[in-house]
Write a protein that binds this ligand. Structure first.
Ligand code: ADP
Length: 591
C-alpha cells in the first residue's frame, strides 16, 4: 500500500469534515427554515381566514352566494391568497380563483376533514385547480354550536420554497467560502505540523547514514520540541558511544599493530577475520586483503592449518614450533587458542605467531662458536701437550730437538694467548656495545690512521710493502680512537699478510654522504666471491692453513665488524681475484 503524506491526510480529512459539516448545517438550516416559513405562512393564512370570517360571517350564515362572491373579489385585490368558502356539506359557496359551480365537493379535503374537529385544518398539496403546490388552511365557522361552514385560505408555497432555496444558496456559497478558507487553513496548519516532522525525518535519515554532525533546531510546538530534544539527546549519546567504540577499537588496533607477534583471528568456519601488520609480515601477505580467506589460501602449510582446525573442533588451545618457507625458512612458535563468548561458546580461534628464527640462529651461532673455540684452542694445546710429552720422554736430553720443541711450544702458547685476547676483545666489545659503555670523542681521524700505519710499518717493511695514507687532515669524527686504531691495525695487518711482497697498500678516508668511509685497499690475491658474505664471521677463514701459518686467529675481521657496529656503522668488502681486496669501515658522521 502506498503511504500517504500526513499533510495530505490532514488536508483531506479536514476538508471532508468541513464539507460534511456544511452539508449537515445546510440541511438542518433548510429544514428549520422550511418549517419556520411554512409555520409563518400557515399562521398568516389562518389569521387571514379569521379576518375573512369576520367580513363574510353573516353572508356565509345566510349562504348568500352572490354577495359572498363579490366580497371575495374585493378582498382578493392585490393579494395572492386564494379564498374559498365551503358549506358543511362540502359544497363550495364562493372561491376567488374559480367558479364555485364548477368545483367539486370539498368535504374530503384533508384541511376540511381536520377543521371539523380542530380549531383549524391544514394541508399542502398539489392543486389541480391552480396546478401548483398550495398550502391550505381551513377554519370552521360556527353558529352557536352548529357548524355553519368553512373559510379556507390558500397560497402558493413556491415562494416559501424560493425563499428556502435562496437561503440554501447563501448557505452554500458561504459554505464554499468556508470550505476554501478551511482548506487553505488546513493546508497551512498541516504544513506547520509536518515541516518540523520533515526536518526530523531528514535528520533521522542522516543519523541512520552515520552522520551525527548536525542537531535539530527547536520547533515551536511542544510535542515536536520534545521529540527534537529527545532525538538530539539520543544522537549525542549514540555519537558519544560510537566515538568511544571507535576510540577503543583504535586503541586495540594500535596495540595489535604495535605487537611484534603476528595475531590472526579466525571465525568459526576458519575464515580470517583480522590480521595485524606483524602477522602479514610473518606470513608474507597483505593484511588488508586476507579477510574472508582460509589460512590455506594464504600459506601452504598443513601443520599451521591443522592447528586452527584442531582448536575449532576441540576448543582446546594448541601450541607448536614450525618451520615455514616464506620464501626463506623461518622458525615460528604458533599458539592458537579458542575465541569464546561469555557463555564459553567458541566463536573462532586466535593465532599468535612469534618469529624465533633469530633466536634459534643465535643459539646455533653460540653452539657453533663454542665448538669453534674448543677446536681452535684444542689445536695448539694438543701440539703443546705433544711436545711437552716428547721433552718429558727424553727429548730434553737432545739439545737440538729440545730447543726446537721449546720454540714450537712458545709459538703455540703465543697463539693461544692471541686467540684468548681476541676472544676477550670480542666479548668486551659485545658487552660494552650492549650496555652503551663505549666512550666516544671527536677526534682527528688522520692522526689515528697515522698511528695504525706506524704500528704496521715494521711488518710492511719486512715484505717491502708501501703503505700510502690519504686522509683529509681536518676530518674530525666522533669515535673511540683506541678501537678504531685496533680495527685499522687488523685491516692493514691482513692486507700485509695476504699480499705478496713489493706491493702497495692504500689507506683512504673520505666523507661520503652521512658516513666517513675508511678503506684499506691491497693488491693481493683477492677473495673468492662465495666467501665474501661470511668473511666477517668469527673463525671464518678462506684458507685455514695459510691463516694459521701467518699467525691469524680468524677473529680479526669479526673484531673489525664489532668495532664498526659499536660506532653505529658497518663494514663492507669488495674483492677481485688477482687484483686485490678493499675492506671498508663506515662510520656515521652525526654520531
Ligand atoms: P685471520 O686471523 O685468519 O687473518 P681474519 O678474521 O682477520 O682472520 O680474516 C679472516 C679471513 O679472511 C682470513 O683468514 C683470510 O682468508 C681472509 N682475508 C682477510 N683479509 C684479507 C685480505 N686483505 N686479502 C685476502 N684475504 C683476506
Amino acid at each position: 500500500m502506498k503511504n500517504i503524506r500526513i499533510s495530505w491526510q490532514i488536508f483531506v480529512t479536514s476538508l471532508l469534515i468541513t464539507v460534511f459539516a456544511l452539508l449537515s448545517v445546510t440541511w438542518y438550516a433548510s429544514s428549520i427554515g422550511r418549517d419556520f416559513f411554512r409555520e409563518q405562512a400557515r399562521e398568516n393564512l389562518r389569521v387571514r381566514a379569521e379576518l375573512i370570517d369576520k367580513l363574510v360571517h353573516d353572508d356565509l350564515l345566510q349562504q348568500n352566494e352572490q354577495e359572498l362572491q363579490n366580497k371575495l373579489k374585493n378582498i382578493q385585490i392585490g393579494d395572492s391568497t386564494r379564498i374559498t368558502l365551503i358549506l358543511p356539506s362540502g359544497r363550495v359557496l364562493a372561491d376567488t380563483e374559480k367558479d364555485p359551480a364548477l368545483m367539486d365537493n370539498h368535504l374530503q379535503r384533508p384541511e376540511i376533514v381536520q377543521a371539523i374537529n380542530k380549531p383549524y385544518g391544514t394541508s399542502i398539496r398539489f392543486s389541480k385547480t391552480v396546478k401548483r403546490d398550495m398550502m391550505y388552511v381551513a377554519i370552521p365557522i360556527w353558529q352557536e354550536k352548529t357548524l355553519a361552514g368553512f373559510v379556507r385560505t390558500a397560497r402558493d408555497i413556491a415562494m416559501v420554497e424560493q425563499t428556502i432555496a435562496g437561503m440554501q444558496r447563501r448557505i452554500f456559497f458561504a459554505g464554499i467560502f468556508m470550505a476554501v478558507l478551511t482548506a487553505v487553513a488546513s493546508l497551512f496548519m498541516s504544513r506547520r505540523i509536518t515541516h518540523p516532522l520533515f526536518n526530523i525525518i531528514q535528520q533521522v535519515e542522516r543519523y541512520a547514514g552515520g552522520d551525527f554532525s548536525r542537531r535539530l533546531p527547536k520547533p515551536h510546538t511542544l510535542e515536536m520540541a520534545r521529540l527534537s530534544e529527545a532525538l538530539n539527546t539520543m544522537a549525542d549519546q549514540i555519537d558519544e558511544k560510537i566515538e568511544m567504540i571507535e576510540r577503543q577499537k583504535n586503541e586495540q588496533q594500535s596495540v595489535l599493530e604495535s605487537m611484534t607477534e603476528g595475531v590472526i583471528a579466525f571465525d568459526n568456519s576458519g575464515h580470517v577475520i583480522s590480521m595485524n601488520k606483524a602477522g602479514g609480515k610473518l606470513l608474507n601477505v597483505d593484511p588488508n586483503e586476507v579477510n574472508g580467506k582460509f589460512l590455506g589460501e594464504l600459506i601452504k602449510n598443513e601443520a599451521l592449518e591443522n592447528l586452527v582446525i584442531a582448536v575449532l573442533e576441540t576448543s582446546l588451545p594448541q601450541e607448536s614450533e614450525l618451520a615455514v618457507n616464506l620464501p626463506n625458512e623461518q622458525i615460528l612458535t604458533v599458539r592458537v587458542s579458542p575465541l569464546q563468548d561469555e557463555e564459553s561458546e567458541t566463536l573462532g580461534a586466535l593465532m599468535v605467531l612469534n618469529d624465533i628464527t633469530r633466536l634459534r640462529n643465535l643459539e646455533r651461532g653460540r653452539r657453533e662458536f663454542v665448538a669453534n673455540v674448543s677446536h681452535e684452542l684444542r689445536t695448539p694445546l694438543t701440539s703443546i701437550k705433544g711436545f711437552v710429552e716428547a721433552l718429558y720422554e727424553g727429548a730434553l736430553d737432545e739439545p737440538e730437538n729440545a730447543r726446537r720443541f721449546m720454540e714450537i711450544i712458545y709459538r703455540q702458547t703465543n697463539r693461544l694467548i692471541s686467540i684468548l685476547e681476541d676472544l676477550l676483545t670480542l666479548s668486551r666489545l659485545e658487552r660494552e656495545g650492549e650496555l652503551d659503555e663505549v666512550e666516544f670523542r671527536k677526534e682527528n681521524l688522520k692522526s689515528i690512521l697515522e698511528n695504525a700505519e706506524q704500528i704496521c710499518m715494521y711488518n710492511a717493511e719486512k715484505k717491502n710493502i708501501r703503505l700510502r695514507l690519504k686522509c683529509p687532515s681536518n676530518l674530525v669524527v666522533r669515535m673511540n680512537s683506541p678501537l678504531i686504531e685496533e680495527a685499522m691495525i687488523n685491516l692493514i695487518d691482513n692486507a700485509i699478510k695476504y699480499s705478496p711482497e713489493n706491493m702497495n697498500i692504500d689507506i683512504l678516508a673520505e666523507k661520503k654522504d652521512k658516513h666517513v668511509v675508511i678503506c684499506v685497499k691491497d693488491e693481493g690475491a683477492g677473495i673468492p666471491d662465495e666467501h665474501l658474505s661470511r668473511i666477517f664471521e668469527r673463525f671464518y677463514r678462506v684458507d685455514k692453513a695459510r691463516s694459521r701459518k701467518l699467525g691469524g686467529t680468524g677473529l680479526g675481521l669479526a673484531i673489525v665488524k664489532h668495532i664498526a657496529q659499536v660506532h653505529g656503522g658497518h663494514v663492507d668488502v669488495q674483492s677481485e681475484m688477482g687484483r686485490g681486496s678493499c675492506f671498508s669501515i663506515y662510520l656515521p658522521v652525526d654520531l
